[in-house]
Design a protein around this ligand. Structure first.
Ligand code: IYR
Length: 232
């Protein structure tokens, strides 16, 4: 039995609000955790997109989901740029392929290329024009205030990485597909999208429906005992 708790209180002079969680029974916990795993286990990186439209509203909701991620000192050091404009998508494809040409024909090691071979990736990136939306995630390495003074953000890579994971999960949950494209180096995105000097491109996610049919590499995930160690 718990006592009715106050909704708002002060701790050390700072406002706090009651955390309301939906705690589950032991059985419900097992059921929902396995169901969520089975749902996430269906996610695959897909490179072939249908030209079926995805509404702006849906993309906004996906970004709102990603932006619920935890971040260092709650700085939320990210900007999600959502692009459906065809000219911009073509510009991005062109610039990404210039970099990828360099990557695939010299910058990447032989062993890296061998590791990628089963995934069928090449320097050609048609999905950058075919997907109805591209989401380019930028990290904010620092924040500028009204006076132009710089303020630090904390654990920026960790924070933005977590937000990207949540974005990928939201995309999958919406029945859409994506892949994590990391054109390297990515600074051309700052120019094409005219981003401010405190932002650096972090990840590019094309978003849309999968082409029907679409094929993905026939690969397996590691088993639980290969990715975990329990200390009881
Ligand atoms: N950035 C390149 C190469 C690439 C690298 C890895 I590691 C991948 O898992 C997939 C691709 C590209 O996007 O093609």
């Amino acid at each position: 039995m718990s006592i009715a708790a106050e909704k708002k209180i002060e701790i050390n002079g700072y406002k706090h609000t009651l955390f309301e969680s939906g705690s589950l029974s032991k059985e419900e916990l097992l059921k929902t955790s396995i169901q969520f795993f089975e749902h996430l286990d269906k996610r695959r990186s897909v490179r072939d997109f249908s030209d079926r439209e995805v509404s702006k509203k849906a993309i906004e909701n996906l970004i709102k989901s990603a932006s619920t991620a935890p971040s260092g000192a709650h700085k939320q050091p990210w900007t999600f740029c959502a692009i459906s404009n065809s000219e911009l998508k073509s510009k991005i494809r062109e610039a990404a392929e210039v970099e990828e040409q360099e990557n695939y024909s010299g910058r990447m090691s032989e062993s890296w290329l061998r590791d990628l071979a089963p995934l069928g990736t090449t320097m050609e990136k048609p999905f950058l024009e075919e997907a109805p939306w591209l989401i380019v995630v930028f990290k904010k390495v620092y924040q500028l205030d009204e006076t132009g003074a710089k303020h630090n953000n904390y654990y920026v890579n960790e924070s933005v990485g977590i937000a990207c994971g949540m974005l990928i999960t939201a995309i999958h949950n919406a029945g859409l597909v994506t892949l994590t494209h990391t054109p390297s180096p990515m600074n051309f995105l700052t120019k094409v999208l005219e981003r401010p000097s405190n932002e650096r491109a972090y990840l590019l996610l094309p978003v849309g429906y999968a082409k029907d049919p679409a094929y993905v590499p026939d690969i397996e995930r590691k088993e639980l005992d290969e990715v975990s160690q329990f200390y009881e």
